[in-house]
Design a protein around this ligand. Structure first.
Ligand code: NAG
Ligand code: NAG
Ligand code: NAG
Ligand code: NAG
Length: 253
C-alpha cells in the first residue's frame, strides 16, 4: 500500500516538476529582484496561463457580477447591475516590487505591487436611475478604460501541510489601487435619443473621480476577487518550497 502511495506521490511530483516551465527562473527565498523578474517573465510569455501549475490566462479575465449604487453627482442617483464582465489588459502588467516571500512567508507581510498601463473593462449593465430630472431604465454595454493603474496587493496567508510539503494558502487579499483616469462609455443608454446618451456619458466622464471614490470599495472588492483568482491556484498546486530554489541549509539536514 505504502509503496503504491509513494509511487503515486513520486509520479505526481515528477509531473509537477515537469509542469514548472524550465525557462522560468526559480529564485532563492526572499530574492525580491529575482521574483520580480520571474513574475514578469511569466506574465510576458504565458498570456494564456500555465494550467499545469495553476497560472490562469491573463489576457481575458472574467469578473463576478457587480451591483453599484451611487449618488456622487448632485441631483443624480443610479443603481447599476453589471454582468458578463471581462477585463483586458492584465497581460500588460509589470510587477514592480515583491515583498515578504521569505523562507517563512507567514512571518512577514506579503505584498505584490505592479502597474497596468490600461485596464479595459467590458460588461452588460442594467440600471435604474435619475439623472437630473430624467428618470430612466437603462441597459446596454459599458466599456471602461482605467488608465495608469498602480496596485499593491497585500496578502494574508497560512502554511498548510500536504504530503509533508508546505503549501501557501492565501485567505485574504487586499488591493490598493490608484488610477489616473477612468474613461467610460455606455452604449445605447437611450436607444431613441443618442444626444441624451452622449450627454449622460459626458456627465459620467466629467465626474469620474467622484464616481470612482464612491464606488471604489465595491470595485476593489471585485478586483480582489480577480487578483485572488489569478494567483491563489499557483500556491495551491505547487508547494511553496517547490516554487523556490532549494535552501542550502535544507540539504544538510
Ligand atoms: C497591451 O500592450 C500591447 C502592446 O503595447 C497593446 O498593443 C495592447 O493594446 C495592450 N492591451 C490592452 C488591453 O491595452
Ligand atoms: C507592504 O505591506 C506593509 C504592511 O502592510 C506596508 O507597511 C508596506 O508599505 C507595503 N509595501 C508596499 C510597497 O506597499
Ligand atoms: C440589481 O440587483 C439587485 C440585487 O439582485 C436588485 O435589488 C436591483 O433591483 C437590481 N437593479 C437593477 C437596476 O436591475
Ligand atoms: C422602469 O421599469 C420598471 C419595471 O419594469 C417600471 O415600473 C418603471 O415605470 C420604469 N421606469 C421608467 C422611467 O421607464
Amino acid at each position: 500500500m505504502s509503496f503504491i502511495k509513494y509511487s503515486l506521490n513520486f509520479l505526481l511530483l515528477a509531473t509537477l516538476c515537469k509542469a514548472f516551465p524550465e525557462e522560468v527562473q526559480k529564485c532563492h527565498f526572499g530574492d525580491e529582484k529575482c521574483l520580480v523578474d520571474s513574475m514578469n517573465y511569466v506574465i510576458k510569455h504565458y498570456r494564456k496561463g500555465i494550467p499545469e501549475i495553476g497560472v490562469k490566462p491573463i489576457d481575458v479575465v472574467d469578473i463576478a457580477d457587480l451591483n453599484l449604487v451611487g449618488h456622487a453627482i448632485t441631483s443624480t442617483w443610479i443603481n447599476i447591475n453589471l454582468t458578463n464582465q471581462i477585463n483586458y489588459g492584465f497581460e500588460n502588467t509589470t510587477i514592480t516590487s515583491v515583498q515578504g516571500f521569505n523562507k517563512d512567508p507567514t512571518a512577514t507581510h506579503l505584498n505584490i505591487s505592479g502597474h497596468i498601463p490600461v485596464l479595459i473593462h467590458k460588461g452588460f449593465f442594467k440600471a435604474v436611475g435619475q439623472i437630473y430630472l430624467v428618470k430612466a431604465n437603462l441597459s446596454g454595454i459599458s466599456l471602461s478604460e482605467f488608465q495608469n493603474l498602480k496596485f499593491t496587493l497585500k496578502l494574508k496567508s497560512i502554511i498548510e501541510f500536504r504530503n509533508n510539503k508546505r503549501y501557501l494558502k492565501i485567505y485574504e487579499l487586499t488591493p490598493i489601487v490608484k488610477i489616473s483616469r477612468w474613461v467610460i462609455w455606455m452604449e445605447d443608454l437611450f436607444t431613441e435619443n443618442s444626444d441624451m446618451t452622449i450627454i449622460v456619458n459626458r456627465i459620467f466622464n466629467d465626474n469620474w473621480l467622484e464616481i470612482w471614490n464612491e464606488w471604489e470599495p465595491t470595485i476593489l472588492n471585485s478586483f480582489s476577487g480577480v487578483f485572488l483568482g489569478l494567483i491563489k491556484d499557483v500556491f495551491d498546486k505547487v508547494s511553496y518550497d517547490d516554487l523556490f530554489l532549494p535552501d542550502s541549509e535544507d540539504k544538510l539536514t
